[in-house]
Each structure stands twice: as C-alpha cells, then as structure tokens.
Design a protein around this ligand. Sequence first.
Ligand SMILES: [Zn+2]
Length: 381
Amino acid sequence: MLISEICMDESGELVRVDAKVSYEDNDRPTFQLFVETDAAFRLLFWPDPNALLLAGLLPAWRAKEQRIYVDGVLCPMLVRDIFAALRVLHYWYPELGPPPSIEAFDFRVNKPSQGSAVSLLSCGVDSLATLRQNKLVLPADHPLSISAAIPVIFAEVPGTGAKQYDSSRLRPARNAASDLGVDLAPLWTNLWWLVDDGYFFDQKWHGALWASLAHLFSKGYSTAYIGASFDGKYLMKAWGSSPLLDPYYSSAHLRIQHHGSGMSRLEKTSLVADWPEGLNNLRVCQRDSSGYTNCGTCEKCIRVMTTLVALDKLATCEAFPVRDMSPDLLSSIRKWDMINNRYVLNWYRELIPSLSACGRNDLVDVIKDFICYFETKEGVD
Ligand SMILES: [Zn+2]
C-alpha cells in the first residue's frame, strides 16, 4: 500500500487533510482519503504522516499487502512500538498472516506538543465517562486535562460536513462538551470506506482508526484518550480497541491513552448518570447509527436503560423514548435473540444486585431467565 500526495487544504469553514491510498499487491481501486474539521482548528490540525500510517496499516494487512509506504516522515518510536500491537492482533487473529513492513520517505522524532489533551467523543457511556472523570480529577490547566472533544462522523463526500455542522447530529456532543468547558473538534471522514467491514472495524481496527484521527491534532495536543469498551477483568478479550493495543499507537509527540478499564460498566454509567448533561446526551443506539436518537428497543438501548433503572436515573433521563423499563420490553432480549456473547451477558448479570436493592425483581426475573437461556444456547461465545 502506498500513501502519497498527503496535503492539507482550507476552503470556507473547513480544513481538510487529503491523501491518496493505492495498492501494490491488489487490483483494488485507488482510494482518495479525506479528513476534515472546522477551520477554527487550522493551527492545531495538520497532515501528520503518522496518522496516515495508523489509518492504513491494518487495512493494508487485511488486504495482504507486503508493505505500507508512507510518503512522509514517520516517528521511529511509533514504527517500533506499533509491532507490540501487531503481535497481539496476530495472536488473536492468526489468519491475518504476517503484517506488512513499514516504510517511509524518512524517519524522525518530534518533541512532545506543549498542548493539553483531546478525547474521542461518540456520546456513548465509555467516551462520556472518560470525559467526565477527566474533568472531575484534573484541573483545567493540567497537560492531561481534556480541552477538546472529537466526535467522528463518517461521510463519503468532502464538504458535506459543513452542512451537518449545526444539525442535530452533533448536538449531544456539543451539549456535553460545552457543559464542561471543552471545545468541540468535529471530524468528518470517509475512512470507513477504506475497508467498509463492520466486523473488521469492531474486532481489529477501530482503536487504530481513532488514534489515527487524534494524531491529526498532534500539533496542538500532547495526549489523546480513547474510552475503553471493557473493564480490566476482560483485558484479554480480542477487540479492536484495547489496553493491549491503543497505547502502542502513540508517537514521540502524541500519547494515546486507553482510558476507563478501571471502572465496571455500572460504575461508568453511574459517573455519566450523575452528570445531567451527560445523562441527557447519551447516544448509544445500535439501530440508529446516525447518532440522532436512541430507539429504545435495540439491545444496547435496552441494556443502558436497564442500567439507568438500577441507578434510579432512567425516570429523569431525556435521552430515551420511555422513562421506565418494563419486563415486557426487557423480555425482547430473549424473544429476538439479541445476545451472542458472554461479555454482554455478564453486564446484565452485574445489574442484578442493584436492581434487587431498588425493588425491581420483575426485571431481575427476566434477566435470570434470559441468562439461563443464552448460557446454554449454541453460538453464544
Ligand atoms: Zn437503540
């Protein structure tokens, strides 16, 4: 894979990084990659070649390319450390085969940025908990304090971001960030379509992809946080964003931190639920990937709503269509076979003591019933 013609352009309200991605060992078409943000970030946003390496490396590996060549100057520390992540991925997914070699026009370290921290912000429980905890613990002038949050929107056509800028799509992130005095640095990119495979994205790629996008801000920030999907006891779970992977996507000038493994899902949700702007701007839905709303009926919506019941917070939450969880709605988890892995099952199991304590044995009975069902069901791993 060759990544070339790396450049930055400014037009109107947006600044954009472009790069050409072409394949050497495949007859796949050339891909014109873009990432754009608000022009207000023009002095902090730049075409860091390390970002392009992180964007392309796993897709190149998936495509069985022999090498990835970045026509720019790469950080030798990243190029060395990233093989720690690649070894973990190869252990989890041996079918990937040997990873591509990494080549570049040149290699040179940069000094760490003097700036503060950024965090990726989807407005799910994990990213909101990372943002909230950071602002509770660190004074605003600390270098590890988050001063900008990055919501990412996948868009196929450059320039469409500007039209969406004030749409309801970004409203939850804007509300949450501004409540904590954090800038909003929205990114629009077509990077998804470099692979266009949800399984690959979830299982292998998304930690590297989020790190890649954060590196585009490495001129102005010294640390980027990626919210953990799993708590520490699931450390070894094969997943595209992990404490075994994300820190190795750091360069000498931008540190990537995988944050939140020290909290259970219930603790993270509690952290968000005790923050009104966080609670009301949760966007967790699997069915509405646009981020506009939460449907209230998919597994993820039901899981978060049930957790909020256990915390006595759903009744005051404006983010879901209903203010209580009924046994009938919770039963749809079993009715529609919504669970196919034991991690999710464990998250429901962890809710039982809190639900019992607040007198919701009607929901406990439903959870116990579907735990028995899924534990013996074929295909749940
Ligand atoms: Zn939903």
